[in-house]
Write a protein that binds this ligand. Sequence first.
Ligand SMILES: [Zn+2]
Length: 264
Amino acid sequence: MVTIYIFILGLFFGSFLNVLADRLPAGETLLGRSKCDRCKHTLGWRDLIPIISFIELKAKCRYCKASLSYQYPLSELFTAAIFLLTWILSNNLYTSLPLHIVHLIIAGTLVVMVLSDLRYQIIPDEMQLLLLLAGAIRIALLGLNQSDFTISDWFLMYGWAFVHGLIVMSPLLLVHVITKGKGMGFGDVKFAFITGFILNLWSGLGALYIGFVSGGIIGAFLLLTKQGRPKTKIAFGPFLIIGFYLMIFFENDVTYWISRIYGF
Ligand SMILES: [Zn+2]
């Protein structure tokens, strides 16, 4: 029953996250009401019900009849699916409600990052900060499960998280510096830091590994099928983000398979 609520919550958040993904990279205010891109008519609540408005209006603006992009219902469904998946995975691994909520927040930031990166090749800093904050809370919640935590333990825990972030970030930073930002955007470098910070060293490197392998396979596929020329830019962020997401919930399985493949 809860899963239905989570799905509907995801639909409404999807609509909001879609707005964030469009406005944050452009530096636009988040306070303005939604408007039609074509006729600039302010949209009312009846135009903004996820999925339902789109179907009711037959993919056209109520006021000027301009076609509406399928990106709206697709990103709403995508967010709802990710929220549902995150809820189920989190419930499989943990029993703490605050942790489930933190995981939903993390999933939400990742959705905005993927949409922004695919559309504008930008991972918004606001989402990076929110992810870092959610990650810090996650570390605290996981730490609370262990008894007898002293102040110095907390310092050590965040200190190590910081060091792991720096290590996981360093290969991407190197590529960024060598290629003068052309091979690797700085947004990806910052995301890699957060990956290491939240996941710890080995899982953070595992997330990078998944990102590089899946990105490489898709890139090679696009080249071979002549979909992209050698100079076509492929957003690397979404692959890193997928790697990060998988490592949150499948840490042990992925580490197991990587060690099986490489025989250590
Ligand atoms: Zn319109």
